[in-house]
Write a protein that binds this ligand. Structure first.
Ligand code: B12
Ligand code: SF4
Ligand code: SF4
Length: 347
C-alpha cells in the first residue's frame, strides 16, 4: 500500500491543477449501488438513455471496466454560481440556461486537469485512466465513498464545503492507495430539493425518475417533449438547477474559481426572440465550445419554442408563428403549441 506521503503529493498536485476536492477509495462499489442502478434501469427510469443499460455491468463495478484498477482518485471542480442560480426564472422573455452551461464545456476542462494530474501519477510507475461523465462509471457513489461528500436526496453529491456545485471526475490507477473515510449523509430531515422539483421527478428520496427531469427532457430527450411537462418547464431551455440551488449546504460554497466556467453575459439571460432566429450555422457559432452545441439546433430551438409558449408575452406571438413553420417537424410542433398557448392572451 502506497504511503500517506504519496497521497499528500497527489493532493497537492490536484490543488495546483485547480481541483477543489479530492478523495481516495478502492476501485470497488458495494452491492447496494449495483442494485440501485439495476432497479433504476429495470423501471425504465433512464428513458431513452440506452447507453446506461448497454454497459451496466461495467458501470456497477469499476474493476469490470478496468480489471487492473486498484484505487480510484475522485476529483471535484466547483462551479458554484456567484449569485442566485434561479434569478432568471422570473424573467419570461429570456431563456434560463443551467449555470453549468453558461460558458465552456466542463468535460474539456475537467479532462484537461485530470490528464495533467494523471501524468504525475504515471511518472511514479503506475497505470492510470481518466474519466469524466461519459464513461460507464458511477461517479457519485465513488465520490461519496472517497469522502468528497454524500449523495443527497436529489441524488447528486453534496459537499460540506462546496454544496451541490461540484463537477466530478476520476483517475483509476493500479496504485494501492489507502482509502479515505466515506462521506456521512447530512441531509437530516431536510426535503427542500424534493419539494422544489417542478415536475415531481423524485419518486422517493435518493431516487430520480430521469424521464420526468427537465435536465433529461431538455438535453437528452430527442423528439417532442411530453405535454404534461411543458408548462412546468417555464423558461428552462437547457438543464435545470432547482433541486441543487435550494440545498442549504450551498451557503458554505464560495463561487467557483475556474475562469473558463465563469458565466458569459450572452449565455446568462439570452433573449428568447433572438435565440429563436438561430439557423444551424448561427447555432454552431453561438455555442462553439459550449456543452449546448452537442444537442444540436433543432432540439435546442424546440426548448426555446416551449419557453415562448410559457412566456405569456404577446410580443413573442410572431416568433412562435415563425417557429410553427420551421423546417424541423419537432420545432414546428413545439412552435404550434406555443402559438396555441399565446392566442388566449389576445384581448
Ligand atoms: C445519467 C446522468 C444524468 C441523468 C440521470 C440523473 C441521475 N440522477 O441518475 C439526467 C439527464 C437526468 C442528469 C441530470 C443532471 N445531471 Co447528470 N449525470 C448522469 C451520469 C452520466 C450517470 C448518473 C448515473 O449513474 N445514474 C444512475 C442512477 C441509478 O445512479 P444514482 O443517481 O447514483 O442512483 C443511486 C440512488 O438511486 C441509489 N439509492 C437508492 N436508494 C438510496 C438511498 C441512499 C441513502 C443512497 C445514498 C443512495 C440510494 O442507488 C443508485 C445507485 O447508487 C453522471 C455521470 C456519471 N458517469 O456518473 C452525470 C452526473 C450525475 N450529472 C451531473 C449533473 C451536474 C447533472 C445536473 C445537475 C445537470 C443540470 N443542471 O441540468 C442534473 C441534475 C439532476 C438530478 N437531480 O440528478 C453531475 C453531478 C455532480 C454531482 N455533484 O453529483 C455528474 C456526476 C456529471 C459529472 N461528471 O459531474 N444526469
Ligand atoms: S434538475 Fe430540475 S427537474 Fe430535474 S430533478 Fe432537479 S429540480 Fe427536478
Ligand atoms: S436540499 Fe436538503 S435533502 Fe436535498 S440534498 Fe440538500 S440537504 Fe439533502
Amino acid at each position: 500500500m502506497a504511503g500517506a506521503s504519496l497521497k499528500a503529493k497527489i493532493a497537492a498536485r490536484a490543488a495546483g491543477c485547480g481541483f477543489d476536492a479530492i478523495g481516495f477509495t478502492r476501485a470497488v462499489l458495494p452491492p447496494e449501488r449495483a442494485a440501485g442502478l439495476h432497479e433504476f434501469l429495470a423501471a425504465g427510469q433512464h428513458g431513452s438513455m440506452g447507453w446506461m443499460a448497454a454497459r451496466a455491468a461495467q458501470r456497477a463495478d469499476p474493476q469490470r471496466l478496468w480489471p487492473e484498477a486498484l484505487s480510484v482518485i475522485s476529483l471535484g471542480l466547483s462551479y458554484a454560481p456567484p449569485g442566485d442560480a434561479l434569478a432568471n426564472l422570473v424573467r419570461p422573455e429570456v431563456g434560463n440556461i443551467s449555470v453549468y452551461a453558461r460558458n465552456r464545456d466542463y468535460h474539456d476542462i475537467v479532462k484537461g486537469k485530470l490528464k495533467h494530474l494523471a501524468q504525475f501519477i504515471a511518472a511514479q510507475g503506475a497505470g492510470v485512466k481518466v474519466f469524466v461523465d461519459t464513461a460507464p462509471v458511477m461517479e457519485k457513489p465513488l465520490a461519496a465513498q472517497a469522502g468528497l461528500g454524500w449523495q443527497g436526496k436529489h441524488t447528486n453529491l453534496v459537499s460540506r464545503s462546496h454544496g451541490s456545485w461540484l463537477f466530478l471526475g476520476e483517475i483509476f490507477t493500479t496504485l494501492a492507495l489507502a482509502p479515505d473515510a466515506p462521506g456521512q449523509d447530512s441531509c437530516g430531515s431536510c426535503q427542500a430539493c424534493l419539494t422544489a422539483c417542478p415536475t415531481a421527478a423524485f419518486p422517493a428520496p435518493y431516487k430520480l425518475d430521469a424521464r420526468r427531469c427537465i435536465s433529461y427532457l431538455t438535453i437528452e430527450h430527442d423528439g417532442p417533449i411530453p405535454e404534461e411537462f411543458r408548462a412546468a418547464m417555464g423558461n428552462r431551455i437547457y438543464g435545470c438547477d432547482d433541486c441543487l440551488a435550494v440545498c442549504p449546504w450551498n451557503k458554505f460554497a464560495a463561487a467557483g474559481r475556474e475562469a473558463k466556467l465563469h458565466h458569459r453575459a450572452e449565455l446568462t439571460a439570452p433573449k428568447l426572440a433572438e435565440l429563436a432566429m438561430l439557423d444551424n450555422a448561427g447555432f454552431r457559432v453561438k455555442f462553439s465550445g459550449s456543452p449546448i452545441k452537442r444537442i444540436g439546433r433543432n432540439r435546442f430551438i424546440r426548448n426555446v419554442a416551449i419557453a415562448i409558449g410559457n412566456s405569456a408575452s404577446l410580443a413573442l406571438l410572431p416568433t412562435a408563428r415563425g417557429l410553427a413553420a420551421d423546417h424541423s417537424a419537432m420545432v414546428a410542433e413545439a412552435g404550434a403549441w406555443a402559438v396555441a398557448r399565446l392566442l388566449p392572451f389576445i384581448q
